[in-house]
Design a protein around this ligand. Sequence first.
Ligand SMILES: [Zn+2]
Length: 289
Amino acid sequence: MRIQLRLVSLESMSEFEPGRLVRLAPGVHRLVAPNASPLTGPGTNTFLLGEPPTAVIDPGPAAPEHLAAIRQAAPRLTHVFVTHTHPDHSPGARPLAESSGALLVGLPAPRGEHQDETFVPDVKPQRDQCFALEGLTLRAVDTPGHASNHVCYVLEEQGLLFSGDHLLDGVTPVIPPPDGDMAAYLESLRRLRDYPLRAIAPGHGRLLGDPLAVIDGVIAHRLRREAKVLAALEQAGRASLDALLALVYQDKNTWLHRLARSSLEAHLIKLEREGRCMRDGDLWTVCRA
Ligand SMILES: [Zn+2]
């Protein structure tokens, strides 16, 4: 049976009020965490699976009112899935598991800044490992790139991809080195093309239709940006990261430059590994064939 998912055009921004339980599809509800910001959009999307819900994906920050809303909507929680351990996605996992006895599923936090080290999984999902929930099947797909421990989940019955920060609504995710890795990100995107997907439920923002077009659009965007980085290096000869930033990201607002700087560095590290550019102290130069 084909199930109608509620896509972009049917949603209004009022559905992103924190604490409001929104039904997206049979067996899929969304609660938005109270952490709206320029970086998190309307807030982190917490997804609840099952009728009534018995599993949660990305509990978000450990905000008491958000955890209370999750517990109210899913009083018999058996699984807490986490896409990655950035502080807007996973800190609510441990308190939820402690109060419910639910299994924590995800990959452990790598060392480094902006990681939630309170997240210690009971189950580290293998690629394509499937979890039987009540009447639903959730498949884990490791997708390193935005974060080294990033995992997406596919709700098999609906072809719905819970993409965390791997694919987002209206923006391309930042790839922050050293944990973020541009080559791994592109590889993870290409791998997702092989899954029979019907829609994407990102970690922030609205549901997205036409998953293949979304994935291919992000790959194309990244490759265009990479070509721009190489062209800027050719033009500059030798340039610092900040000098390149001005050349490559002329189209971005200044306040976004800190994020753009991370993704630019991720592009340069990928090109360096491929022998297409090299680093000499703080300066980068292109390698000529
Ligand atoms: Zn993230």
